[in-house]
Design a protein around this ligand. Structure first.
Ligand code: ATP
Length: 243
């Protein structure tokens, strides 16, 4: 059974600008994919379409081989969890936030699992009774990630989730997610501006440019850019890194 797929997917903005047209890809085995593109080319938009948080202009998205039309959006997002760059905490304590999924679905709260994930995210010192709103941006980001993981999604749609983290926390989060993938087969789609991160965490690249999607092996993409747009993009980013 396929995990997640999209077919003939298009997105044209209200003003008439087409971000991408007729793109397709499928995730058939647990994968870690970096979704990269020049700024403004539609990475977040594509990720949001995959989470049913936006409507495509054409085409369809499928989860477990079933088109999104046949899914309740909530049920879809339990399996394909979107994690935003700006973490939103529910009013209340850290624990209240961590218990959100089990409260909503009437399932048992996996306290041991939550503790292990909090520790893996570098948050073992964070008090569970603390008001979540008083946490730093980086702490909120990691609590939000742990909260998503407690729903045991099949796939995580990660929108720049380490952008607000320092190097140490970023390493911890990458390690935690890759370990989860190895252990549970959770697929990961990382939107990132950080090409070093893309190279570290992915075995597959989705490169979005000029309205098209290139889908292929990560190492091959970086070793020998497959298109002129990819070559330009990597050159530009290398120059920016040197500046
Ligand atoms: N709901 C919307 N309504 C109008 N324009 C939008 C909407 N969502 C995104 N856009 C526009 O679509 C373009 C692509 O945005 P998107 O955030 O998907 O790109 P991105 O590749 O993730 O960009 P960045 O790397 O800068 O984060 C941008 O020009 C943005 O302003």
């Amino acid at each position: 059974m396929g995990i997640l797929a999209f077919k003939a997917l298009s997105k044209t903005l209200a003003g008439g600008r087409t971000l991408f047209a007729n793109i397709a890809a499928s995730i058939d085995t647990p994968s870690s994919i970096a979704l990269i593109a020049p700024s403004g080319h539609g990475k977040s938009t594509l990720l949001r379409l995959l989470a049913l948080l936006d409507e495509p202009s054409g085409g369809e998205v499928l989860l477990e081989d079933r088109s999104s039309a046949g899914w309740e959006p909530q049920a879809w997002r339990c399996k394909a969890a979107y994690v935003a760059q700006q973490a939103v905490m529910l009013p209340g304590s850290v624990e209240w936030n961590l218990r959100a999924f089990s409260r909503l679905h009437g399932t048992a709260f996996d306290e041991a699992g939550a503790k292990a994930l909090m520790a893996a995210a570098g948050l073992s010192a964070t008090g569970w009774s603390e008001d979540a709103d008083t946490l730093s941006g980086g702490e909120k980001q990691r609590v939000s990630l742990v909260r998503s993981l407690l729903a045991r999604p099949e796939i995580l749609l990660l929108d720049e989730v380490t952008a607000s983290l320092d190097r140490h926390s970023k390493d911890a989060v990458e390690k935690m997610l890759l370990a989860l993938q190895a252990k549970s087969g959770t697929s990961l789609v990382w939107v990132t501006h950080d090409l070093e991160q893309a190279r570290r965490v992915s075995t597959r690249i989705w490169f979005l440019a000029d309205g098209s999607l290139w889908d292929g092996e990560s190492e091959a993409f970086f070793r020998q850019p497959p298109t002129e747009a990819a070559a330009q993009f990597l050159k530009q980013r290398t120059m920016e890194a040197v500046d």
